[in-house]
Structures are given as structure tokens and as C-alpha cells.
Design a protein around this ligand. Structure first.
Ligand code: DQA
Length: 179
């Protein structure tokens, strides 16, 4: 990955109905408004934020696979797939990009079937129960992770340069005159 950092925000089934769907649980903000908030955060932080929603498990997996070398991180609210999709779980386990699992509600405080997440164990972390603010918290966490990785790659490159320079100097000391 080169250039501007990119983060992908993925929403799974029924999240297209945000604002209308069980507002006492998921709130009144629509998916468009949520995406706008994430993109706005991206502009303020000089990060390219792209949002995608699908009701289809295959479309989510296709998108993750397509983007796996293009993005620095992924935020995933897999909706109900969280609780039973081995395919999505395997997809996330297959890639090196950090994935943060997000839920608007707190599934641990809800029905039994929501207490199991197949995504959690393969995600870098999970944020749930904070409504749409959870996406902003996840963006912030990913930004920190990506910047940390970039800093360590940069210092590794600098260390390699120092190593090369030292090796050159030692060589010159052994074979003076030979450049
Ligand atoms: C959800 C929680 C899931 O259990 C549910 O199936 C959803 C939304 C959340 O954001 O709270 O669709 O992921």
C-alpha cells in the first residue's frame, strides 16, 4: 500500500435500514448519515474512508478480498452474519489487514444467539454498544494501528540504511582505496 491511508467501512445485512429498523435499539441515524460521518472524519484526518453495505455474505467477502492489499484497515459490522458466518470468519482470518469488529448495540446484553461472535476472535478488537460513535472510535483505533506500523517500517528502513552505511565503512577500512 502506498500513498494516502485508506480505510474501508463495511456494513452487513439489514444495516441499510438504519434509522428505520428498531430505532430503540439501533438509533435514528440512517446509513447515509453514518457513512457521511465516517467520510467527514476521514477528511479531517487526511484518510480516505470508503463505505460499502451489502445484505449478501458473498458480496462482503468479495469486497474484503478485493481490497486486502489496497486498504490499511477494515471496520466491519457484519450484522447477524457475526453470529454464524464461518465464511466471513475465514475470510478475515486469511488476510493481514487489521479488522475491527463494530456493533451499534451491545450484543452481550441481548438475546443468547447474539452473544457468540465468530468475527471477534479473528478481529484486532471489538467495539460495541456505543451506537454510531463506535465507528468513529474504530476509525481512531485503526489510524493509531496503521500509523504505528508505518512508523516501525520507516525506522526499520532507517536501521537498514545505517546497517548498509556501517557495512560500507567496515569494507572501506578493510580494503582502503577500493570504493
Ligand atoms: C448488530 C448486532 C447484530 O446482532 C444484529 O444482527 C445486527 C446489528 C449491531 O450493530 O448491533 O444486524 O451488528
Amino acid at each position: 500500500m502506498t500513498g494516502k491511508i485508506r480505510i474501508l467501512v463495511l456494513n452487513g445485512p439489514n444495516l441499510n435500514l438504519l434509522g428505520e429498523r428498531e430505532p430503540h435499539i439501533y438509533g435514528r441515524i440512517t446509513l447515509k448519515e453514518l457513512n457521511d460521518q465516517c467520510e467527514e472524519w476521514g477528511r479531517e484526518n487526511s484518510i480516505q474512508v470508503d463505505c460499502f453495505q451489502s445484505n449478501s455474505e458473498g458480496a462482503l467477502i468479495d469486497r474484503i478480498q478485493e481490497e486486502r492489499f489496497r486498504v490499511g484497515g477494515i471496520i466491519l459490522n457484519a450484522g447477524a452474519y457475526t453470529h454464524y458466518s464461518y465464511a466471513l470468519r475465514d475470510c478475515i482470518a486469511s488476510i493481514r489487514v487489521p479488522v475491527i469488529e463494530v456493533h451499534l448495540s451491545n450484543p452481550q446484553a441481548r438475546e443468547e444467539f447474539r452473544k457468540t461472535s465468530l468475527i471477534g476472535p479473528v478481529a484486532r478488537g471489538t467495539i460495541s454498544g456505543f451506537g454510531t460513535h463506535g465507528y468513529i472510535l474504530a476509525l481512531q483505533a485503526l489510524k493509531n494501528i496503521i500509523e504505528h506500523v508505518e512508523r516501525s517500517v520507516k525506522s526499520r528502513k532507517e536501521m537498514d540504511l545505517v546497517d548498509d552505511a556501517m557495512a560500507g565503512r567496515l569494507k572501506n577500512r578493510r580494503d582502503p582505496g577500493k570504493e
